[in-house]
Design a protein around this ligand. Structure first.
Ligand SMILES: Cc1cc2nc3c(=O)[nH]c(=O)nc-3n(C[C@H](O)[C@H](O)[C@H](O)COP(=O)(O)O)c2cc1C
Length: 195
């Protein structure tokens, strides 16, 4: 699949089939992530590949952070693609995904390095998402789980000198939502040409 097709096909997938994802596939995605550009070529990203009961522990933590969000469910953009119950199921089990990947960076004390490292790790994350789409796999970029950061760190034994950038479930989609409309599909307000 060419990259433009992968970009247009990628969706935030919140329902997964239980089918296993092979180590070769996971490795291919991590290799794609590892090819991302990075500030000063620091390649600062690190990845946790989570499976089994740890995903359920992470789900318990994510679900516990969602109360306020679920109270305003009707106003949520996600309510267009999932029912409230489906979203609760997603939060508890990461949609039934067999794998969850967590992206980390070393927490740099210098603000400019920290910013560059977070941007670089985000580029790695997007590479991973697009590569997954190309392999027929689903993902969902998530930062909500970081709201319960203390618990997440304890579950995954993440040391204090590592920053958690993002989390994604990974698996074969049980359903792919429609693309949410772009706020400005013609880019009329998003772009200013400068000569
Ligand atoms: C930085 C970031 C954080 C996100 N956090 C969450 C999250 O915690 N939970 C979730 O279900 N989706 C999360 N998403 C997914 C967005 O809701 C989704 O990308 C958006 O609704 C657009 O849908 P699409 O990805 O299918 O285009 C996040 C996306 C990004 C880029």
């Amino acid at each position: 699949m060419d990259v433009l097709k992968a970009i247009s096909k990628r969706r935030a997938v919140r329902q997964y089939r239980p089918d296993a994802v092979s180590w070769e596939q996971v490795h291919a995605l991590l290799d794609a992530a590892n090819q991302a550009p990075s500030g000063l070529n620091r390649q600062p990203w690190e990845f946790l590949v989570v499976t089994g009961k740890k995903i359920r522990e992470m789900g318990k933590s994510y679900h516990s952070t969602l109360t306020e969000y679920l109270n305003n469910w009707e106003a949520s953009p996600m309510s267009r693609s999932l029912s409230r119950d489906e979203f609760i199921r997603f939060s508890k089990t990461y949609g039934g995904a067999p794998v969850v990947i967590v992206v980390l960076v070393k927490a740099d004390p210098i603000p400019n390095f920290r910013k560059a490292d977070l941007e670089s790790a985000s580029a790695a994350m997007q590479n991973l998402l697009l590569a997954a789409t190309a392999l027929g796999l689903g993902t969902c970029w998530m930062t909500g789980p970081i709201h319960d950061e203390k618990t997440l760190r304890a579950i995954l034994a993440i040391p204090g000198d590592r920053e958690i950038v993002a989390v994604t479930p990974l698996g074969y989609p049980a359903g792919i939502p429609d693309a949410p409309p772009r706020h400005d599909p013609d880019l009329a307000t998003k772009v200013r040409w400068v000569e």
